[in-house]
Design a protein around this ligand. Structure first.
Ligand code: GLN
Length: 564
């Protein structure tokens, strides 16, 4: 076990002799105040980038104080996208931020929910583990939370076998919420369990800018810090979301009223792109207050290059996203990020044209159709249920017939196959049993092994291999020529194996299949510049600087550049 030695100067006042041995890990605990949507996850991930740039091994735990066991049964319309991990965990989208920013592969246990903690405690109670005691939120739930953190924080997440040096713990919700109270109590106790000098509390808050002269208001932050302190937690660092950089007066005032060192008050103000966030924290001295050398690995230079390259892109490429929840872009967060990673790689400024699929259904001259016609490429992302399906089928048909680059992800592969069966094979009523359980001619069917009664965690989930069936094809080349690729899945339906021969004979080739050689994973259309469908979700493994191959192909083709 290797741990880097570094000290936390601003925490020296708190250091006191401990009787319990230190476990050697350090914890950065990120809470949020005032309101949600301040970018707590991005702030926490950006702190991770600074730690990583100093050569430290980082992992993360996201705490979601809701009663659901996981995000799998939650609507992306209400909660944003469900992120899928290698182990099949269906988790909060913030884990996607950590994976992308820190290049980690997290596991389902890195997302702690109230549902998981209560299930664990209740199971222990039924086993009789509590030996006649009354089982209570304090100490049983709060102890279980701390045990969970200590256990998971030790697990390597960066592909190495080595224990992380630092675990970033992000508490979802806002301080003051009833449901987050047991976690704050657990974290308050936690600082004594692992040693106060091993914990840094970061509180993310809001500084609104008001009035004609743009006055920076500190009162909301004062209130949320007061609330946090009332729960026994004194923040070491304040990160204030604001439209402008904090001025010295605001910083001093926040320091005085919130009992935080003036050098530990940071602002995350508006920046042209997200890669600037770690850089902005570093410029304000974040690495100094942690006493780490952020220049150590050169990682921060890579972020600087990415941030500035992105700012300088001028030539545009537009991708039509034909989806369902288009008024909430968080529902497609990883898809957007993957498009951005690929656009940067092909040096184009990305323009996403959001098209509500059902708007394509009735009027061929609608605004939705003109957006679709003006786009350089079309993407139909994953989805569930039948709303907008016919619009997606029309988008797939439009792209196929007009040689417009197309990427269909999961449902996007399924609708394109349905379209092909209808309009090329002449199976006019081809559909999926997801939309018509009694369909006479299903092109897409329910997978035999999937539960019909339980929705939570029962899909075909997580990382599974796809084996290329041909020696050479576009997607195989995009994946660097490997014979098989591991990507993450989340689906209940599959292409009807009975139709595969007929579909392939007409030119839509299933070039990638699962290990059994039966289940279709990737299609490509003969003679089309880029018409690709994938049953898996490549968006979950895309990284800045390492774009996902199917997205890279879409962006290359859409910007008129040659494919490998
Ligand atoms: N609803 C389809 C299925 O379950 C597609 C799922 C998806 O796009 N993630 O197979």
């Amino acid at each position: 076990m290797k741990h880097s030695q570094f000290s936390w100067p601003i925490l020296i006042w708190y250091a006191r002799p401990l009787e319990i041995p230190l476990i050697g890990l350090r914890y950065v605990i990120v809470s949020g105040g005032v309101l949600s949507g301040l970018g707590k996850g991005v702030t926490a991930s950006s702190i991770g980038v600074l730690l990583k740039s100093a050569g430290l091994r980082v992992t993360s735990i996201k705490i979601d104080p809701y009663l659901n066991s996981d995000a799998g049964t939650m609507s992306p319309f209400e909660h944003g996208e469900v992120f899928v991990l290698d182990d099949g965990g269906e988790v909060d989208l913030d884990l996607g931020n950590y994976e992308r920013f820190l290049d980690l592969n997290l596991a389902r246990d890195n997302n702690l929910t109230t549902g998981k903690i209560y299930s664990k405690v209740l199971e222990a109670e039924r086993r009789g583990d509590y030996l006649g005691k009354t089982v209570q939120v304090i100490p049983h739930i709060t102890d279980a939370v701390q045990d969970w953190i200590i256990d998971v924080a030790k697990r390597p997440a960066d592909g190495s076998e080595e224990t992380p040096d630092v675990c970033i713990i992000e508490l979802g919700g806002t301080v003051g919420d009833i449901e987050s109270a047991p976690y704050l109590e657990a974290l308050r106790q936690f600082q004594f369990r692992v040693g106060r000098e091993n914990v840094t509390f970061v509180h993310v808050s809001l500084v609104p800018v008001m009035g004609p002269v743009g006055e920076q208001k500190t009162k909301p932050t004062q209130h949320t810090v007061k609330e946090l302190m009332g729960l026994g937690i004194t923040p070491d660092v304040l990160v204030c979301r604001s439209s402008q950089p904090l001025n010295d007066e605001t910083r001093q005032k926040l320091s005085a009223f919130c009992h935080v060192h003036p050098n530990a008050v940071f602002s995350t103000h508006d920046v042209p792109n997200i890669y600037h966030v770690p850089l902005m924290l570093e410029e304000q001295g974040f690495c100094d207050i942690l006493n780490i050398d952020c220049e150590k690995t050169g990682l921060l230079d890579e972020w600087k290059t990415m941030a500035h390259r992105l700012d300088e892109l001028r030539e545009e490429v537009s991708i039509a996203m034909v989806g369902k929840y288009t008024d909430l872009s968080d529902a497609y967060l990883s898809v957007i990020k993957s498009l951005q990673h690929a656009a940067l790689a092909v040096e184009r400024k990305l323009n996403i044209d959001w098209i509500e699929a059902s708007d394509l259904e009735d009027d061929n001259n609608s605004e939705a159709w003109s957006l679709l016609r003006s786009a350089n490429g079309v993407l139909v992302p994953g989805g569930f249920g039948d709303r907008g399906i016919e619009g997606k089928v029309l988008a797939a048909q439009y792209a196929r017939e007009n040689n417009v680059p197309y990427l269909g992800i999961c449902l996007g592969l399924q609708v394109a196959t349905i379209e092909f069966c209808r309009n090329v094979l002449g199976i006019k009523d081809a559909t999926s049993t997801e939309f018509d359980a009694d369909a006479a001619n299903p092109a897409v069917i329910f997978m035999p092994e999937i539960s019909k009664t339980h929705l939570g965690g029962t899909m075909r989930l997580g990382s599974r291999p796809t084996i290329f069936q041909v020696d050479d094809c576009i997607t195989k080349r995009l994946y660097g020529g490997s014979d098989s690729v591991d990507e993450r899945h989340r689906h209940r339906y599959e292409i009807n194996p009975d139709l595969v021969e007929q579909i392939e004979a007409a030119g839509l080739k299933f070039v990638g299949k699962d290990e059994s050689g039966q289940r279709c994973e990737i299609f490509e259309l003969d003679g089309h510049p880029y018409y690709v469908g994938v049953q898996y979700h490549p968006e979950f493994k895309s990284r800045p600087g390492r774009p996902s191959p199917p997205f890279l192909g879409l962006l290359l083709a859409s910007s008129g550049q040659s494919l490998p």
